[in-house]
Design a binder for this molecule. Sequence first.
Ligand SMILES: [Mg+2]
Length: 294
Amino acid sequence: MVSQLPAQSAHLVKLAPSGQVPVSVVSNLQSPRSSPGRRTLVPILFAGELGTYIRRLLGHLAAKICALLRPVLGVAGVTYRDVALSPAMAQRLASVGRKTLVLDLDETLVHSCYSDAEHRESGNCAQLPAGARPDYLLSVSIDGLEPISFQVYKRPHVDVFLDFVSKWYDLVIYTASLEVYAAQVVDLLDAGRGMMPRRFYRQHCRASTSLVTKDLTLVSPDMSGTFIIDNSPYAYRDFPDNAVPIKTFIYDPDDTELLKLLPFLDALRFTKDVRSILGRRVNSLNSAVSGSRI
Ligand SMILES: [Mg+2]
């Protein structure tokens, strides 16, 4: 579907898998183009216990370097590079107008859980891996009651994601969570950059059952230029042509879902009416799901 859209102004860059680093070091040393001195040196270096020690040392160094570069290169070795717009693309963008991207918060941009011991039974932080380290710790008092402690885990690549999409769209947060909690989390994510000034909370949702839906007309009356990214299909039940589904995030340091959306979102801003694209996307997903149930 992306190929049917106007040309993109950016592309994915694949980097070499980190596991190949020590292998390439060894093969370079053993290259047939090596000098005679190097040819005699290599068997000595890699023979016996000394060779084992050197191989382990190289492997250890490679692992350390990969760990240091991981936040820069991305968990899966995939990153995204912005490319300047051509005059024709800039003209096209100006003619279709800047659009509004509505972002869900929990399980889309972050995952939060109770860190208090008494809440552990209700299935929260205790379910995460022992080595999981939260990005933020919050203490939230609801209705004047005793404060509740939360751990907040950012979805991998959320900072890069927000940097890109805030250049392309007007960002709005629309969450079913309570304002007293969500406002703090969004402030932390925003980090004073002013990317998400407009926010809608639980009180702005519709709730006929225990599940809530979101009313995108509160965000903007123009449905041709407004869409939401939300992990809950029920949230955009009333606006299926204005939604981009995303996998639910709980805790996964290798998650790349936000990064994978960037090429699509970069292209979508060039369309006149997002529904002409997103209607096909959601409907095809629904067909696939219903087809699999038959
Ligand atoms: Mg959610």
